[in-house]
Design a protein around this ligand. Structure first.
Ligand SMILES: *Cc1c(COP(=O)(O)O)cnc(C)c1O
Length: 359
């Protein structure tokens, strides 16, 4: 068996310890005689997996009691449409900050349901910056302000939670949740798909402040009504049970590593050394302003574009996979989430330096 270093943006690499435990428990979960995949979601075994999943997420992220934690389907993409429908209530406006592809998509998908206002945009810099919060146009009658804490495609990340003058803050954390400690109480709603930094594809975590529930539009299917799902332990329909279980294993792995403070230190170290090599090189370039560079997704181009295919082929031969950038922006991208070990980043750096030396 050979495992490569997998730099995919999502679905992405998982901790090897998690995969091994899943393998061990595949046929018989903890003496139950069943695979988790075969269990009734109402049975006592799966109920214990579900309860532990929520309590471990609450502990890791220090989620206050007045927040509900939902495990839904449809990905972050479905929430782009269901957030306005759940949160607008009697209001008509919502604020959006555009910092890249995902926040543009969230804005576009909200438009059928509300008067979506652009509070700020970094389009002028080709999404290589984060507009200064002091310049944002915040509409005080809006139901919420939406932003994306890490733009997975452009490699742009907020390094602090913006202060939005009391509006409920709604954040798509799909690609940097659990990568650093955050103060959940600063947010109205946090959401994230599982397949980048929390596990396999199939679960969308929604963490929502209780007082924002209860104003969902009547047109929303009950399975996407946050209050209904909160009242039914996210089991209004059959959940993606195996994905819940895998997320539970990832959370336990995070705890065993020392939690989010330790993750943050590792993520700073891993990303800093990769950016350093890119900045010191004549062949590689990252054009994101330094203060807004992502610790999770590191896009870079080859200044000699003609070498791209050769770079990717040679990288694969060296056991470094999925380095091709997103089709919208081209170039390369190394996604280095929690589960990417430092040895993977070291291997990538050695490869890049050797490639530059020989070309
Ligand atoms: C991947 C991603 C999404 C889309 O996730 P789906 O699960 O495919 O809906 C949304 N937002 C961000 C920031 C992402 O990285």
């Amino acid at each position: 068996m050979t495992r490569t270093f997998n730099f995919s943006a999502g679905p992405s690499t998982l901790p090897e310890a998690v995969l091994l435990q899943a393998q061990q428990e595949m046929l018989d979960w903890q003496g139950s005689g069943m695979s988790v995949m075969e269990m009734s979601h109402r049975g006592k075994q799966f109920m214990s997996i579900a309860a532990e999943l929520e309590s471990n997420l609450r502990a890791l992220m220090n989620i206050p009691k007045n927040y509900r934690v939902l495990f839904l389907q449809g990905g972050a993409s479905a929430q782009f449409s269901f957030i306005p429908q759940n949160l607008l209530g009697s209001k008509t406006k919502a604020c959006y900050v555009k910092t890249g592809t995902w926040s543009k998509k969230a804005f576009k998908d909200a438009k059928p349901y509300c008067e979506a206002l652009v509070s700020a945009s970094s389009k002028h810099s080709y999404f290589t910056t984060i507009p200064k919060v002091a310049t944002w146009e915040i509409e005080s009658t809006a139901a919420y302000l939406h932003y994306v804490s890490n733009e997975t495609i452009h490699g742009v990340e907020f390094n602090a939670t913006p202060d939005v003058q009391g509006l409920p803050l709604v954040c798509d954390m799909s690609s940097n949740i659990l990568s650093r400690p955050i103060d959940v109480s600063e947010f109205g709603l946090i959401y994230a798909g599982s397949q980048k930094n929390m596990g396999a594809a199939g679960v969308t975590v929604v963490i929502v402040r209780e007082d924002l529930l209860g104003q969902c539009s009547k047109n929303v299917p009950p399975v996407f009504n946050y209050e209904e799902q909160a009242n039914n332990q996210s089991m209004l329909n059959t959940p993606t049970t195996y994905s819940w279980y895998l997320m539970g294993l990832v959370l336990k792995w995070l705890q065993s590593q020392g939690g989010l403070e330790v993750m943050e230190q590792r993520n700073i170290a891993k990303s800093a050394k990769l950016y350093q090599v890119i900045d010191a090189s004549a062949l590689y370039r990252n054009s994101v302003e330094i203060a807004s560079r992502s610790r999770m997704n590191v896009p870079f181009i080859l200044t000699n574009e003609a070498l791209e295919t050769e770079f990717l082929t040679a990288a694969e031969a060296a056991g470094l996979n999925e380095l091709k950038g997103h089709r919208l922006v081209g170039g390369m991208r190394a996604s280095i989430y929690n589960a990417m070990p430092e040895s993977g980043v070291d291997a990538l750096i050695s490869f890049m330096q050797e490639f530059e030396r020989t070309h």
